[in-house]
Design a protein around this ligand. Structure first.
Ligand code: GLU
Length: 340
């Protein structure tokens, strides 16, 4: 799946900051060029309207924690945020109810199964498991503060807009296409209800969840949203503290283990960054203290992750030294060995 031969790309360790403007611009443009002709993967069609996406669309955007933006390709084209919304709704709910409650009521462990698995709920005796799979996302959305479903939805819309730094709007065509065809999500919600997991009407939770997945964003929005999680919860463009630094940290921990569906382990092994992907072709990866990286390209692998997006992120993670697990020996340690 991943390109193992990145030997032409210098590997740096996760230290210091990002390189200068010119190098960032060149690398982001290079990531786009490098994978623009890759035509592996299929556009999602289980939500009928998504099948209309042009498989050639491709955009890469990076927003640093100082607010500077580097972009190449179709970074202004809007698409529905889909599962990437789960990361930011988790952050808002975690902010509202706290680390302990979200841990206890939803969970933070990977299921190892597809995002819409019914079996995962059964195997785990009704636990929604984590907020990045559909069962956990439905349970998380239900925990969003608000006196009515309409108020909960508005709190989600405005909350995600604060992450993006602009007012995000619902894509009505996507919402209608999905709400008519998401029997599986409705079944998951009813199953969770049978385990006593809902304090609200489960179908209202499905409706809000479908709306949150239908918010229209572009790659630059996703990069700003990621940069907010990279920046202690402060949106680097607006300066607003959207969630606390602790919530940003907790969100990234969850994304590291559960953000790329059942391929999260492979992603972390190759790229070494917390991230979230969605079936419309978006990926947002976060480099804590450095910035947010977003890609958009609708061709997906069989788990639901954008093929070109994964490659572009692997390339940039390596070239920019973003892998969280890379280290370089301290010069003093080297000297010690030499003097032995
Ligand atoms: N709204 C989509 C669903 O529930 C989101 C899927 C995804 O992006 O993983 O099926």
């Amino acid at each position: 799946m991943f390109e193992t031969d990145l030997t032409d790309v210098e590997q740096s360790a996760f230290t210091g900051g990002l390189p200068g403007e010119e190098r960032l611009e060149a690398l982001v443009a290079g990531a786009l060029r490098r994978y623009a002709d890759l035509d592996e993967g299929q556009v999602a069609d289980y939500i009928p309207v998504l099948a209309a996406a042009d498989p050639r669309w491709f955009g890469v955007a990076l927003v640093a924690v100082d607010g500077s933006t580097y972009a190449a390709g179709e970074v202004a084209r809007t698409f529905s945020i889909q599962s990437i919304s789960k990361a930011f709704v988790f952050a808002l709910v975690c902010e509202a109810i706290g680390h302990e409650d979200v841990h206890e009521q939803v969970g933070v462990n990977n299921t190892g199964l597809p995002f819409n698995s019914v079996m995962a709920v059964e195997l785990n005796r009704g636990s929604p498991m984590n907020s990045m799979v559909n069962a956990g996302a439905l349970a998380t959305t239900a925990l969003m503060p608000g006196a009515t479903p309409a108020e909960q939805w508005e709190n989600i819309r405005t909350g995600l807009s604060r992450f993006a730094g602009r007012a995000l709007e619902l894509d009505g065509a996507v919402y209608h296409s999905e709400i008519l065809t998401n029997q599986r999500n409705k079944a998951i919600a009813r199953l969770l209800e049978s385990y006593g997991r809902f304090d609200m009407d489960p179908l209202d939770a499905v409706d809000i969840y479908t709306r949150q997945c239908s918010l229209a964003v572009n790659a630059t929005d996703l990069a700003v949203m990621g940069a907010t999680l990279a920046d202690g919860g402060v949106n680097p463009r607006t300066g607003e503290q959207v969630v606390s630094a602790e919530v940003a940290r907790d969100t990234l921990a969850l994304l590291a283990s559960c953000g790329l569906y059942e391929r999260s382990g492979e992603w972390l092994f190759e790229i070494g960054l917390p991230a979230k992907s969605g079936v419309s072709g978006g990926i947002v990866a976060v480099s804590p203290g450095k910035g947010g990286l977003a890609t958009f390209s609708p061709r997906l692998d069989t788990a639901g992750n954008s093929v070109r997006g994964q490659r572009a992120c692997a390339y940039l993670s390596r070239a920019l030294g973003l892998n969280l697990f890379a280290s370089a020996a301290h010069p003093a340690a080297r000297t010690t060995k030499e003097n032995r």
